[in-house]
Write a protein that binds this ligand. Structure first.
Ligand SMILES: NC(=O)C1=CN([C@@H]2O[C@H](COP(=O)(O)OP(=O)(O)OC[C@H]3O[C@@H](n4cnc5c(N)ncnc54)[C@H](OP(=O)(O)O)[C@@H]3O)[C@@H](O)[C@H]2O)C=CC1
Ligand SMILES: O=C(CO)COP(=O)(O)O
Length: 331
């Protein structure tokens, strides 16, 4: 298939390699001409994914929006979530009426509280049955090294989910299909908030018990929010939920975990942002999760405590104290 990937960041570039390994013709689009030139001339993207030494020959890049998507049967969106709306708007005029659009993004738009499935379908005027989300425990550097990984492809259309899953299946990358788009979107976005908090606890010097407490409570919070939003609880117990939570909260390859770790070490939010190698989606998503909880009448003690870290400078010890301040009935 002809597949366009919008955003040659760490995950966009890596997913482009997966799609190329699966036998597709891949066209990367990026706003930065330097990334486009490197991909075309050196078959590399040293700025965003330096560990890939040579991208497959069936990956090319362009700065031209129209030529990126005009012949694409699938368009994959891998842009930092807070910028997805503005980045996608100029593509609308060039999209073919039968194109499937796939979001790899894991964030909630802060200004509107919308999930990425809502942003993408709204901006592109896309029918729901031509949208799919891909999310799972997929640390980009490990997938780039072609280590075995699995993911979940969700769409309201089983045919669309199967088309996308078939297009990205390789010997090392295994997609499973689901119909729970809302659940998949919330798993990917909400686990980042928990990863920030676990990273912070580690950075502050706390060990396994504290990390497990935060992770388990984060999973409970994600699941409760998801169910209230109409998602299926089983999605949160699966690969895209607890699976991604485990990978993200355990790895220094995660930008969210590392951002939290640096905060726990005493960096300010500004310093941690400067130190971050790519987008830490949990940072802008945290306040959106608190607001989502308020609108759905679901308690979000973890996201609320994390918002006090990001907005009011609460430190690692303060985060744990705040978590201990809740009621002792229930978990
Ligand atoms: N990295 C990972 O392991 C995984 C990431 N994800 C998710 O995928 C999404 C992308 O992540 P990732 O690629 O790692 O992030 P990066 O920070 O590496 O890349 C972000 C991408 O967004 C682009 N971008 C940012 N702002 C704009 C804008 N205004 N207009 C156009 N393009 C813009 C960047 O372009 P430029 O670089 O030229 O500025 C870059 O291509 C995130 O939502 C992330 O949560 C999901 C699974 C795994
Ligand atoms: O989503 C990811 C792994 O599944 C990547 O996590 P980070 O965005 O924190 O690097």
């Amino acid at each position: 298939m002809n597949i366009a990937v919008l955003g040659a960041g760490a995950w966009g570039t890596t997913f482009g390699q997966v799609l190329a390994d699966a036998g597709n013709q891949v066209t990367m689009w990026d706003i930065d001409p330097e990334s486009v030139n490197s991909i075309n001339q050196e078959h590399r993207n040293p700025r965003r994914m330096p560990s890939i030494e040579r991208l497959p020959d069936n990956v090319r890049a362009t700065s031209d929006r129209q030529s990126a998507v005009a012949c694409a049967e699938i368009v994959v969106v891998a842009i930092a979530a807070q910028h997805a709306r503005e980045a996608l708007e100029p593509f609308k005029a060039f999209m073919h009426s039968s194109t499937i659009v796939v979001s790899l993004m894991k964030g909630i738009e802060r200004q509107t509280g919308q999930r990425m499935d809502q942003v993408v379908t709204e901006v592109l005027g896309l029918p729901l049955d031509r949208f799919a989300a891909v999310s799972g425990p997929n640390l980009s550097k490990e997938v780039a090294a072609r280590q075995p990984s699995a993911t979940v492809v969700a769409s309201s259309s089983e045919q669309t989910a199967l088309t996308v899953a078939n297009a990205c299946e390789t010997a090392y990358f295994k997609p499973f299909v689901s119909s729970d788009v809302v659940g998949l979107e919330l798993c990917g976005s909400l686990k980042n908030v928990t990863a920030l908090a676990v990273g912070m606890s580690r950075g502050a010097g706390y060990g396994e018990n504290t990390a497990a407490m935060i992770q388990a409570r984060g999973l409970a919070e994600m699941t409760a929010l998801g169910q209230a939003a109409g998602a299926q609880a089983k999605t949160f117990a699966g690969l895209a939920g607890v699976g991604d939570l485990i990978a993200t909260c355990a790895s220094s390859l995660s930008r969210n975990y590392t951002f939290g770790f640096n905060l726990g070490k005493g960096m300010s939010v500004e310093e941690a942002s400067l130190a971050s190698n790519g987008v830490a989606e949990g940072v802008p998503t945290t306040d959106a999760v608190v607001q989502l909880g308020q609108s759905l009448h679901v308690a979000t003690p973890l996201a609320t405590a994390m918002s006090h870290v990001l907005d009011q400078g609460l430190d690692g010890a303060g985060l744990v104290t705040e978590l201990f301040g809740g009621p002792i009935i229930g978990e």
